[in-house]
Design a protein around this ligand. Structure first.
Ligand SMILES: [Zn+2]
Length: 337
């Protein structure tokens, strides 16, 4: 048993020693059962009969995105030390321990492309993705009031909105709106709602398992030890509140700006080029008439001022999405404040 958690957290905590000698379940302070389901998959169940929320927190889908791993590392240590009382069912997933150990985004495959389509069906990431889908299904098939999943990431490039979320949930659900308001409270500045077909972990739990799910982009990817954890104080406070059942919507707190997808720009041939500087950050707005991308037979021209770019990458495979164009969702008044 040599998971990142085991190495970084469990080994240092006397109360967790039984887990490391083969006993996979124990009870910690606040009457919470802890079970190590697998390498990097840790389940917390408070005892008692009342129905609770089920909260899945995943990190390390991309192994070099270290800040979320450090946040969860500390969170688990605080829970195990009895400093945070777990009052909801909680599943912690360290998604790709091998990539984390090696310091790479991935070993063979991007886990956020799901298990299909696959370029190498025998890759570790392929198997790990399937395994995590099964654990998520097991977790969310247990009775719960609300089912919530946050998949924590950091981005390759900077952003106008330093911390933002991608929501694969339909926006007409009350649970989605409640979560979007809470995320604004936790310091998330922008939320993109997308109903485009996607193979991300959060899209799987939202669309297949019925959870209210978000991919959270919390800043830039840096090596372990170089993250300034104070930048994440608001989201950490939010996670503590969620887990301990103390969260409440507060009047007058900041709301996240809301965006929808205006277009997805595919790379159709090797001639594809993005026509803006490589250091332009996510959510940068452009003006009507600006040409953002060109391929052999077409260009992408901004049709309405205020369109913004997201996740540009001209190095994707032919046929894949090279750029997302977003625009403010006019159904939300906070966008105009
Ligand atoms: Zn990522």
């Amino acid at each position: 048993m040599n998971s990142y958690l085991a190495r970084k957290v469990l080994c240092n905590l006397p109360c967790m020693k039984p887990l490391l000698t083969g006993q996979l379940s124990l009870i910690i302070d606040n009457n919470v059962v802890v079970e190590l389901w697998d390498n990097g998959v840790l389940y917390f169940q408070p005892q008692g009969s009342e129905l609770r929320n089920a909260i899945l927190l995943s990190v390390g889908v991309h192994g070099n995105e270290t800040a979320p791993i450090e946040i969860i590392d500390q969170l688990v240590a605080d829970i195990l030390a009895g400093k945070i009382a777990v009052r909801n069912s909680l599943l912690i997933v360290i998604a790709n321990p091998k990539a984390i150990k090696s310091g790479f985004r991935e070993i063979d495959e991007n886990m956020n492309n799901g298990p299909l389509p696959i370029t190498n069906a025998e890759s570790d990431e392929h198997h790990r993705t399937r395994t995590l889908m099964n654990y998520s299904r097991d977790f969310f098939s247990m009775d719960a009031d609300q089912k919530i999943h946050y998949d924590l990431h950091t981005a390759i490039r900077g952003s106008v909105y330093k911390q933002f979320a991608v929501s694969p949930n339909s926006s007409d659900r009350a649970e989605t709106e409640q979560q979007c308001l809470l995320l604004g409270q936790y310091g998330i500045e922008a939320i993109l709602t997308t109903t485009q077909k996607s193979a991300t972990f959060s899209a799987f739990t939202a669309n297949i398992l019925g959870a209210t799910s978000f991919t959270l982009e919390l800043g830039s990817a840096k090596p372990f030890g170089e993250n300034n954890i104070t930048e994440f104080a608001a989201i950490i406070e939010g996670l503590h509140g969620m887990i301990s059942g103390k969260l409440a919507l507060e009047v007058g707190r900041k709301k996240a700006k809301r965006f929808i997808v205006a277009a997805e720009v595919p790379k159709k041939t090797d001639a594809f080029r993005l026509l803006f500087a490589s250091d332009i950050v996510n959510f940068t707005p452009f003006n009507e008439g600006d040409v953002l991308a060109a391929d052999k037979d077409y260009q992408y021209i901004v049709t309405k001022s205020g369109e913004r770019i997201l996740f540009p990458n001209e190095n994707v495979a032919i046929g894949q999405r090279a750029l997302v164009i977003v625009r403010p969702d006019e159904n939300y008044t906070e966008n105009t404040l």
